[in-house]
Design a protein around this ligand. Structure first.
Ligand SMILES: [Zn+2]
Length: 327
């Protein structure tokens, strides 16, 4: 299928406003689950202690064209139905990972913070529940400058949330968002949302410029944590290899935004991809390697606690969650 053609058709047929791309949360934030379920989970990688925090959720309705604009409705619905999922909406999950090496405490992204939606932005309160204060975070890795990842960098008081942390960003990502008119023409965002995305990213990065250290692909951020460029979702989108002793974990960040859609067919993309074709080919090549090596992974948008494995299945892949571990 000509994916560009179907994307163009989708854009042409629909005026994509905030509601269409799921920026408007449902007003059901205070559900029973919201109040009672734990939002963090600890596990280890070698000698490192990792904690994953659920920053919240967002409901995307309708599903297309924002999700899998390349798919026919029948193809997408049958993939969702086969996984016992509804076909009228997609649930977005947001997981922030803290790597505590004993020497460094590196936070991987920051969640929505004060930005939309109201159903997310729980990171800081959950850090406290898990026994961490923001000034104990020694490093903040920003995988890319989308609102669900960088919204938590600056608080409602306009001050840095992690005042003593060294901030890290890929220099390609920095250059993309701090230029005057970042090219978001291949996304499915409305013109207004393109402006909002660009403005927020630029304002946030420049406000914290003195705290940011720009790295290049392959650089090590702290002992045991190295970066790999995984472009397409954004120009400088970066994943992490976390290694301690013989144990390894790869943080795939935004290589997949849903545990069914992008696994069932890795060519299916999301409407915020800066370059959807590149995002799909990056996803396929890295998934192939991780599946072949049986590497343990974690993902920013996979269902909490988001630790597991990628397995080949037919022409695509399958997400295999790791069972909850007590130790
Ligand atoms: Zn994301």
């Amino acid at each position: 299928m000509d994916s560009n053609l179907s994307r163009r058709r989708a854009i042409g047929l629909l005026g994509l406003g905030a509601a269409a791309i799921g920026l408007e949360p449902r007003a059901d934030a205070a559900s029973v689950q919201e109040r009672s379920n734990p939002r963090y989970y600890r596990f280890s990688v070698g000698d490192f202690q990792l904690t994953v925090f659920n920053d919240g959720y967002k409901i995307f309705q309708p599903v297309q064209p924002f999700w899998a604009s390349e798919a026919s409705p029948d193809e997408l619905n049958s993939a969702l139905e086969a996984a016992f999922l509804p076909t009228d909406h997609v649930m977005g999950y947001y997981n922030v990972v803290l790597i505590d090496t004993g020497k460094d405490r590196l936070l991987c992204d920051t969640g929505f913070g004060k930005l939309l939606p109201a159903t997310a932005g729980h990171l800081v309160s959950q850090l406290a529940v898990a026994g961490y204060r923001p000034n104990q975070i020694t490093g903040v890795f920003l995988s890319h400058a989308h609102p669900d990842h960088m919204g938590g960098l600056i608080g409602t008081d306009n001050k840095p949330v992690f005042p003593t942390a060294q901030h890290f960003i890929n220099e390609i990502e920095w250059n993309f968002w701090t230029q005057k008119d970042p090219d978001l023409s291949k996304t499915l965002l409305s013109d207004q949302d393109k402006k909002t995305y660009a403005q927020r990213a630029r304002d946030t990065l420049l406000a914290l410029e003195s705290r940011f250290k720009k790295f290049q692909a392959g650089n090590q951020l702290i002992e045991g944590v190295t970066t790999e460029l995984a472009p397409g979702h954004t120009a400088g989108h970066t994943i992490l290899h976390i290694q301690s002793g013989h144990d390894e974990l790869v943080h795939i960040v935004d290589l997949a935004h849903n545990y069914i859609i992008m696994f069932h067919n890795p060519d299916w993309t999301i409407g915020v991809d800066s370059d959807p074709d590149q995002a799909a080919s990056t996803r396929k090549s890295i998934f192939e390697k991780l599946a072949a090596a049986r590497t343990r992974v974690i993902g920013f948008h996979l269902p909490f606690p988001a630790v597991g494995y990628i397995r080949k299945k037919g022409q695509g892949f399958e997400w295999v969650p790791e069972p909850w571990k007590q130790v």
